[in-house]
Design a protein around this ligand. Structure first.
Ligand code: NDP
Ligand code: OXD
Length: 308
C-alpha cells in the first residue's frame, strides 16, 4: 500500500511519515514531493496547485485538518475521489480553551481592568451573572458542540446554530432563517465554528452583523471567509460591536498593513486556535485506512455538495 503525505512544511511532512509508518508498517509512506506519481491514499494540507495533476490517488484523500475548503478549491480534485476530514483528534480541547479564554476575558471585562490598571484606577466594575450572558455558537459539529458544552459548564447560557436541526444537552439549538434571527439577536458573544462553504462565504455581512445585540463580541475561529472584513471593521468603528477576536482571515498570514493588526477592539491570533495534533490524527487516519482496507465505511466523509 502506498501513502503520500503532502504538507507545506517539510519537517512536519517527515513527522507525519514517521507517525504513519509506525502505525501501518506494511505501507510505503512518502513525503511529497516524491518521485511517485501514484498512491493508494494521500494525506494533504494545503498542497501545491498542481498536486492532483502530479499524483493519481487510487482510493481516498485525507485532509490533515478539519476544514477541507482548501482542498475543494484546488484544481483537478477528481470528482469521485472520496475525501475524509479530521474529526476532533485533539483539536476539540484546544478550541474549547481558545473560546473559553475569550468568553472569560469578555465576560469578566479583562480589557476594562487592564485599562484601569494602566490608569492606576481602583474601581470595581459591575458583575453580571454568566447565565445572563448568552453565547451563540454558530456551527455545533465536532468542535462547536464541545465548545458549547464547556461554556455551559461555566454557567453561561449557550445557544447553537447549525445547517440542519440538532439537539445538544442544555443548549437551545436553532436552524433555518427564522431560527437565525432569534439566534443572532440573543448572542452577546458569537463564536463562529462553521466550515467555509458556498453557503457560509461572506455570511456575516453588514446586515447579519447588525442582527447581533448592540455591544456584542465576535469570535471567529472558523475561517476568515465567513466574515466580510470591511463590514466587521465598520461595525467595530461605530461601536455596534464591542470587539472581535480573530484567529482566521481572508488572507493568511494577515498582511502587515491590515487594519485588524492595530485596531483597538480587535484581538488577532495567527490561526492557532486548534492545531492538528499529528500523533492523534495519524492514529485516527491509520485506523480509517485499516477500516477501508477491510471494506468498511468510515466517518468524516466529506459531502461535496454541502462543501464540508
Ligand atoms: P463539523 O463539520 O463537525 O461541524 C460543522 C458545523 O457547522 C455543523 O454543525 C454544521 O451544521 C455547521 N454548518 C455547516 N454549514 C452551515 C451553514 N451554512 N449554516 C450554519 N451552520 C452550518 O466541523 P468541525 O466542528 O470539525 O470544524 C468546524 C470548522 O472549524 C472547520 O471547518 C474549520 O474551518 C474550522 N477550524 C478552525 C481551526 C482553527 O485553528 N482556527 C482548527 C480546526 C477547525 P450541521 O450540524 O447541520 O451539519
Ligand atoms: C483545520 C485548521 O481546519 O487547522 O484543521 O484550520
Amino acid at each position: 500500500m502506498k501513502i503520500v503525505i503532502a504538507h507545506p512544511n517539510a519537517a512536519t511532512g517527515e513527522r507525519w511519515c514517521h507517525e504513519l509508518s509506525q502505525r501501518l508498517p506494511q505501507a510505503q509512506v512518502r513525503s511529497w514531493p516524491t518521485d511517485c506519481s501514484e498512491a493508494d491514499y494521500a494525506i494533504a494540507w494545503k498542497p501545491a496547485d498542481d498536486f492532483f495533476q502530479r499524483l493519481r490517488i487510487g482510493k481516498t484523500l485525507f485532509c490533515a485538518g478539519a476544514g477541507v475548503d482548501h482542498l475543494l478549491r484546488l484544481p483537478g480534485l477528481p470528482a469521485q475521489l472520496p475525501l475524509v476530514r479530521v474529526e476532533d483528534a485533539g483539536m476539540g480541547i484546544q478550541m474549547v480553551h481558545y473560546c473559553v479564554l475569550e468568553a472569560l476575558r469578555v465576560h469578566r471585562r479583562d480589557d476594562d481592568y487592564a485599562r484601569q490598571q494602566r490608569e492606576r484606577t481602583w474601581h470595581e466594575l459591575d458583575y453580571e451573572s454568566p447565565a445572563a450572558f448568552t453565547i451563540g455558537v454558530f456551527g455545533i459539529g465536532a468542535l462547536g458542540a464541545q465548545v458549547a458544552q464547556a461554556l455551559r459548564a461555566l454557567g453561561f447560557t449557550v445557544i447553537g446554530y447549525s445547517r440542519s436541526p440538532r439537539e445538544l444537552d442544555g443548549v437551545r439549538c436553532y436552524s433555518g432563517d427564522t431560527g437565525l434571527t432569534e439566534f443572532l439577536a440573543r448572542s452577546r458573544m458569537l463564536v463562529l465554528l462553521a466550515p467555509h462553504t458556498p453557503d457560509t462565504e461572506n455570511f456575516f455581512n453588514q446586515r447579519r452583523l447588525a442582527m447581533l445585540p448592540n455591544g456584542a463580541w465576535l469570535v471567529n475561529a472558523a475561517r476568515g471567509a465567513l466574515v466580510v472584513e470591511q463590514d466587521l471593521l465598520a461595525a467595530l468603528d461605530c461601536g455596534a460591536l464591542a470587539g472581535a477576536t480573530l484567529d482566521v482571515f481572508h488572507t493568511e498570514p494577515l498582511p502587515t498593513q491590515h487594519p485588524f493588526w492595530t485596531h483597538p477592539r480587535v484581538r488577532v491570533t495567527p490561526h492557532c486556535a486548534a492545531a492538528t495534533v499529528i500523533d492523534e490524527t495519524a492514529a485516527q487516519i491509520a485506523g480509517k485506512i485499516e477500516q477501508l482496507e477491510r471494506g468498511e465505511p468510515v466517518s468524516g466523509l466529506v459531502d461535496r455538495r454541502r462543501g464540508y
